[in-house]
Design a protein around this ligand. Sequence first.
Ligand code: XMP
Length: 520
Amino acid sequence: MDVSEKIIVLDYGGQYTHLIARRCRDLGVYAEILPQDTRLDDSVLAGVKGVILSGGPRTVTENDIEGVFSENLSTMRTQKIPVLGICFGHQLLAVAHGGELAPGGNPEYGSTKLRIVNRSSILKGLDPEQMVWMSHSDEVRSLPETMKVLALSKDDRIAAFESNDHLVFGVQFHPEVTHTPNGTSVLDAFLRDICKYEKQWSPEDRVNDIVNEIKSAVGDGLVLMGTSGGVDSTVAAFLIKQAIGDRLHCVFVDNGLLREGEREEVEAAFNEMGFKQFHVVDASDEFLDSLDGVADPEEKRKIIAETFIKVFERKARELESAFGHFEFLGQGTIYPDRVESAATGKATAVIKSHHNVRLPSWMKMKLVEPLRDLYKDEVRKVGLSIGVPEQMIKRQPFPGPSLAIRIGGPVTRAQLAILRHADRILQEELGRTPLYERVWQSFCVLLPVRSVGVMGDERTYEQACVIRIVESTDAMTASVSTPSWDVLLTAANRIANEVHGINRVVYDLTSKPPGTIEWY
Ligand code: XMP
């Protein structure tokens, strides 16, 4: 992304790399993640005010400090670009400047007390004795004379340092995690006081540039885009429409597995948002026929993905013969979909396979991905700022395989009707509280497990329904939401009483990990 001031986060494969970039952006500083072996040449360094080296799972080796890294260090020094190493990055900087590492043997995990021994602007927001979050087993044993120890942890281990010329900084702890109280102050001090980052970046500021980028990439071409009604594809479609108007064609596939009223809701919203070329394909029969008798969850996912491609492909050909060649394919890919923080530390552009439809090879289309540099909450802010209706922005994520992965056993029209009814009741009850908007997802799952109940004077022998409500920031991990008993009991009573086919309701208390958010 072409911004006039930015921070680079070099990714060494740490689990918190995205969090570092997130925290910087929350502080109004545009941060971009790049692979660890990126050469920091003039084109990469345009506008760069500082560099952060992430954590990582490995031990620093000679290889790490030679080659590209050593060239990068001297470039940063010549250009007086400050660098902050976190955890692995802290160790890497110490070793690269002549410090010594004590590998393994003495791990520190979790909360540790940090004691500041030399004041420095980078630690100014921390208390003299401060709990911080550690996650390492190697440690920096000694520093060269050009560096000063700033803080120690248990057994006087070197937990923070600064170079005498105030350009190189290292912290062994993780300032980016919420478990380090005041941790953001360390990033803020680095970004504002040391790197002198002055602007107040906000995702909404990007809208004009994004629209112009789409205009120049697409020219007078046509864009085809699968839109699900989800936040990402809706905001992306809105931006593309702003850039090229009705040369954007959206395709909404009704797979017969959607929630109650979903197709109508999305269709009405796109109409209202002024999308002239919004094509709805009713492929319910095709999806349900191909799922007939299939109980295995992975098999369901595979069939749904393949059927989606078939349907999309057919529609694309039909539209091509009516409107001409579609040179571009629009996608709602967002930043975390694209940047993978893998254990190798290689931040290669990988799109999570279950989040995007793999396209048939004949579709040699160029991708238009207006949200490729933004995080989910930034997408929401952009959406609101360009007039995407609030009810679309607030929609919870909904999986591509839809209700099929919320039904245990084979998917039938009857099972879908039961689940839809239960889910509608849950959403109605949650919708009366602020909870619906606060949680990541709230939904029902239909279990093919029968139990005995009583209704009026009759014995019943029906299925069980699970209520699942989770909180999360990125779906990589999730915790169980703890709504009031009132809300849960009202929803559960209504489901058991009103939905034919369900006579028992349970609440899922499993976090992720070890569970996943969806059941199947
Ligand atoms: P899990 O179940 O893996 O879900 O914890 C994490 C998040 O991803 C959504 N999800 C999917 N989204 N296609 C999608 O587009 C899928 O196949 C799929 N499976 C899970 C899920 O709803 C949750 O938000």
